[in-house]
Design a protein around this ligand. Structure first.
Ligand code: HEM
Length: 404
C-alpha cells in the first residue's frame, strides 16, 4: 500500500484522534506512514493484531533508539527528543540486560506492604482535599489528579513529605514541557542522585534501597536514570488515568447516580478509560532490526515504529470479534504488552493509587459537579498522552479533616 504520509502534528489529530484514526485506517490500513513534527518519518501501528505482533516480536521490533535510521533528519531542539532519545535505563535496554532490570524494578515496586500503601494514599489524598474543600470549587486535574501519583511515588522512594512536595512540583514542570523543562529535568536528576547517596549510606524500607540491594548490582550512574524512568513512567500516566476517569464519572449519566454511592463504579470508570481514552495514546517506539513486512507495508531496517495503543484499542476488527464484551476485560493495550510492557507491579500500584484517590475525593465531597458544560472541557495537546487539560468542579464547602 502506498499513499501520502499523514502529518501527526496537525491540530485535527489532537482534537479528535478517533476520527483521525478512522480516516487513517480507511486510507492506509493497520500500519500508517506518518510524518512527525519537522516532517521526520515513522510508521504508526493502529491495527490491534499488528500492534500485538510488534509488541511480542522484540527480535524484529527492537527497543533501542540507537537503531533508528533517521537521526540525521532530527531538527535541532526537536520537541520529540525527550521521548525518543536513548537513555541508559530499562526503557532503551534490550535482551538479558533488560530482563534483569525489569525483574529488579518489579521486585522493588512490589516489596512494600499494600495496606500501608493504601493508608498512605488515603492520608495524602485527604491532605490534598483539605487544601481546597473549604472553598466551593477546585480544578481537579491540577490540584488533585496531577499531584497524588507523584506524592505517593515520592513516599515509596523514601522521601519525607516536604521533599516529596518539592519533587512533585518539579515533576509538574517537567511534564508540562514549558520553557523551564530542561532545568527542571536537571534538578530532578540531581535530587534523585542525592537520594541514592543517602540511601546507600542509610538504607530503609523503600524502593530506592531495594533497588540498591538488588542482586543485579546497580551502579549509581545506572540507578538515577532507572529511578527517573519509574517516576516518569508512573506519574504522568497515572495522573491522566485519574483525570480521565473523573471526567467520565462527572460527564456520563451512567456514573453520575453512583458518584457518592457504589464503589464498584470507580473501577468500571477506570477500566472504561483504558479502552476509550487511554492515557497512553501513542509511544515511540520500536526500531526494525531488519527489513520486514507489516500490515501490507514494507518497513526498512532502522525505521521507527510508533505504538498506537489508543487506536489499536478501538480497532473495529477487534470489537467485531468480541461482540461488545470487551469493556469488561483487560485485553486493551494501554499498558502495552510483552517484554517492555508496563511492569505488573506498576500496573497494580497505579490502580491502587487511582481507585483510592477517586474514592477519597467522592467520600469527602459527595455532591461534586462539573463547573462547566462537558463540551467545554479540552484535551491536552499531546500526541503521546491523552488527558483533560483541566477539570473545574463545584461542591458544597466542607471542613478539613483535622477541623474540630
Ligand atoms: C505507579 C504507576 C506506574 C509506574 C511506576 C510505571 C512504570 C513503568 C516502567 C518502569 C515502564 C518501562 C518498562 C520497560 O521498558 O520494561 C513502563 C512502561 C509503560 N507503562 Fe507504566 N507505569 C505506571 C503506570 C502506568 C499507567 C497508568 C499506564 C497507562 C494506563 C502505563 C502505561 C505504560 C506503557 C504504555 C508502557 C510502555 C511499554 C512499552 O514500551 O511497550 N503505566 N511503566
Amino acid at each position: 500500500m502506498t499513499s501520502e504520509p499523514v502529518r501527526l502534528y496537525e491540530p485535527g489529530f489532537h482534537t479528535d484522534p478517533t476520527d483521525s484514526y478512522r480516516r487513517m485506517r480507511a486510507e492506509h490500513g493497520p500500519v500508517v506512514p506518518v510524518l512527525m513534527e519537522g516532517d521526520v518519518p515513522a510508521w504508526l501501528v493502529i491495527g490491534y493484531l499488528e500492534l500485538h505482533h510488534v509488541l511480542v516480536t522484540s527480535s524484529v521490533f527492537a527497543r533501542d533508539p540507537r537503531r533508528w535510521n533517521a537521526w540525521d533528519r532530527v531538527p535541532e531542539n526537536w520537541s520529540m527528543l525527550p521521548v525518543v532519545m536513548p537513555l541508559p535505563n530499562m526503557l532503551s535496554a534490550e535482551g538479558e540486560d533488560h530482563r534483569r532490570r525489569a525483574q529488579a524494578v518489579n521486585a522493588a515496586l512490589s516489596g512494600g506492604d499494600p495496606h500501608e500503601l493504601r493508608a498512605v494514599t488515603v492520608r495524602l489524598a485527604d491532605r490534598l482535599v483539605d487544601g481546597f474543600c473549604t472553598s466551593a470549587g477546585a480544578e481537579l486535574r491540577g490540584q488533585y489528579a496531577a499531584r497524588i501519583p507523584a506524592l505517593v511515588l515520592c513516599w515509596m522512594f523514601g522521601l519525607d513529605e516536604e521533599r516529596g512536595e518539592e519533587l512533585t512540583a518539579i515533576m509538574s514542570t517537567v511534564f508540562d514541557a514549558g520553557p523551564d523543562v530542561m532545568k527542571a529535568y536537571t534538578d530532578l536528576a540531581a535530587r534523585v542522585g542525592e537520594l541514592v547517596a543517602l540511601r546507600r549510606a542509610r538504607p530503609g524500607p523503600d524502593v530506592v534501597s531495594r533497588l540498591i540491594s538488588d542482586p543485579r548490582g546497580y551502579t549509581d550512574e545506572e540507578l538515577v536514570p532507572e529511578l527517573l524512568a519509574v517516576l516518569g513512567g508512573g506519574h504522568q500516566t497515572t495522573t491522566e488515568w485519574i483525570g480521565n476517569a473523573l471526567r467520565l464519572m462527572l460527564t456520563d449519566s451512567r456514573f453520575s447516580a453512583s458518584l457518592s454511592g457504589a464503589r464498584s463504579s470507580v473501577r468500571e470508570a477506570l477500566n472504561e478509560v483504558l479502552w476509550e481514552d487511554s492515557p497512553s495514546q501513542m509511544q515511540a517506539g520500536r526500531y526494525a532490526a531488519h527489513d520486514v513486512e507489516l500490515g501490507g507495508q514494507r518497513i526498512r531496517k532502522g525505521d521507527m515504529v510508533l505504538l498506537g495503543y489508543a487506536a489499536a484499542n478501538k480497532d473495529p476488527q477487534l470489537h467485531a470479534s468480541q461482540a461488545g464484551r470487551e469493556r469488561a476485560n483487560h485485553a486493551h493495550l494501554s499498558f502495552s504488552h510483552g517484554e517492555h510492557g508496563c511492569p505488573y507491579a506498576a500496573r497494580e500500584l497505579a490502580e491502587n493509587i487511582a481507585v483510592t484517590a477517586i474514592e477519597v475525593l467522592l467520600d469527602r465531597l459527595p455532591d461534586i459537579e462539573l463547573a462547566v458544560a462537558p463540551e467545554e472541557l479540552r484535551w491536552r495537546p499531546s500526541p503521546w498522552v491523552r488527558g483533560v487539560a483541566s477539570l473545574p468542579v463545584t461542591f458544597t464547602p466542607a471542613l478539613p479533616q483535622g477541623a474540630p
